[in-house]
Design a binder for this molecule. Structure first.
Ligand SMILES: Cc1ncc(COP(=O)(O)O)c(C=O)c1O
Length: 399
């Protein structure tokens, strides 16, 4: 089927929820994607922070083949060895004690919100259920997680939204703690706000807020759905800070491309979930967990974290050089590891999104004016220089 035929068919049969570019990919290798008419693109979006090991990684392909020969799904009514093994990897590599598996980021956050409320109800009664999130945050598209999302533009159409979420100004410690009273069960933050414009929170704010939560028995939750699994150069972004969160959520890259959501909690909170309080039909299937185990091992042992740190620094350095030269077009360069945003004036970020696509570079946007670079973690200098050169050409007004 050619691209035009596919466009007609997609608009006839699919709900109109995405603005899709006119391309369909049929082959992937490392950080390159090839489309149906044979053109190859350099991928600087990685399926929106999912394909951290790029495409067709040998270990992932092999594990998919192997896992498909065993039962793909059995239900959580039975023990699942792959699920227990995956949980062990998470626990041994984090400050958390117990895992719950679902199928997406929003579901992982739903589970975290439910666990925080349940723990609070168990220990403090009915009235301590509210959660402080940050302005500019993004936590998902379900009713609870869209309410948790601290951006007004998401709070339309679907009334009524949930009770129990209040929004604090990021990096303003005094204003944040002024919102905390006896009704607050938890605080939930993204350490680098992704959809909100690739905005890392300041170290001092995060560590002060964490300390305050410690001292006041407020659950400190970190949404690592985008920042986790090596994206920032460490396994989890919280490891850049001097903190040990009570609950973290992970998704996106964690399944090596397969759908997964993970909620990890310290023992004392995890105890509040008992049989019947939370569940998922598909969550933690042998198939997904088996591939997720291979992804985890390859991520840790394959040098990806170090490369994300090195290439992230290189890209941010190059982007800052461009910023010096094009001050009237680039307002800011921000990020951590390979989660990088370039804030641009006016509509330049979305114009660059299209320019890049037309020149076979896939990037994203975040917020209204940020170009977003989230490549697979094994990109090399050739790929980075390709992206930088294209941006330079765009800024120079060249075709
Ligand atoms: C920080 C963060 N939290 C939650 C989500 C929701 O994840 P999902 O789309 O898998 O439900 C996203 C997705 O972009 C995200 O970036």
């Amino acid at each position: 089927m050619n691209t035009d035929q596919l466009a007609v068919m997609s608009s006839k049969y699919l709900m109109n929820t995405y603005r899709r570019l006119p391309v369909s990919f049929v082959k992937g290798d490392g950080y390159k994607l090839t489309c149906s008419d044979g053109k190859t693109y350099i991928d600087f979006l990685a399926g929106i922070a999912v394909n951290n090991l790029g495409y067709s990684n040998d270990k992932i392909v092999e594990s998919i083949k192997k896992a498909s020969e065993r039962p793909i799904h059995v239900s959580n009514l039975y023990m699942i060895e792959e699920q227990a093994r995956l949980a062990q990897k998470y626990i041994e590599n984090s400050c958390l004690d117990k895992a719950f598996f679902g199928n997406s980021g929003a579901e992982a956050n739903e589970a975290a919100i439910k666990l925080a409320r349940k723990y609070s109800e168990d220990h403090y009664g009915h009235n301590r259920y509210k959660i402080v999130t940050l302005e500019g945050s993004f936590h998902g598209r379900t009713m609870a997680t869209i309410t948790a999302t601290g951006q007004k533009r998401f709070h339309n159409y679907f009334n009524p939204f949930l009770d129990g979420f209040i929004y604090a100004e990021p990096d303003n410690f005094e204003k944040t703690i002024a919102l905390i009273d006896n009704s607050i069960a938890a605080v939930m933050v993204e350490l680098v706000q992704g959809e909100g414009g690739i905005r890392p929170l300041s170290k001092v704010y995060v560590e002060n807020l964490y300390q305050y939560c410690r001292e006041n028995n407020i659950i400190f939750m970190v949404d690592e759905i985008q920042t986790g699994m090596g994206r920032t150069g460490k396994l989890f972004a919280y490891q850049h800070y001097n903190i040990e969160p009570d609950i973290i959520t992970v998704a996106k890259a964690a399944g090596g491309g397969l759908p997964i959501g993970v909620m990890l909690a310290k023992e004392k909170y995890a105890e509040s979930f008992t049989p019947g309080t939370h569940a998922s039909t598909f969550g933690g299937s042998p198939f997904v967990c088996s591939v997720a185990c291979s992804f985890f091992d390859e991520l840790i042992s394959g040098g990806y974290l170090k490369n994300a740190e090195i290439m992230g620094k290189y890209l941010i350095g190059q982007l800052n050089d461009l910023r010096e030269r094009f001050k009237e077009k680039i307002l800011d360069v921000r990020g951590l590891g390979l989660l990088i945003g370039v804030e641009m004036t006016g509509t330049l970020a979305s114009e660059f999104y299209r320019f890049a696509f037309d020149h076979r570079l896939l990037i994203g946007t975040a917020g209204s004016n940020v170009a977003r670079f989230e490549p697979p973690l094994m990109i090399d200098k050739t790929a980075a220089d390709f992206a930088i050169t294209l941006l330079e050409r765009f800024l120079n007004g060249k075709d």
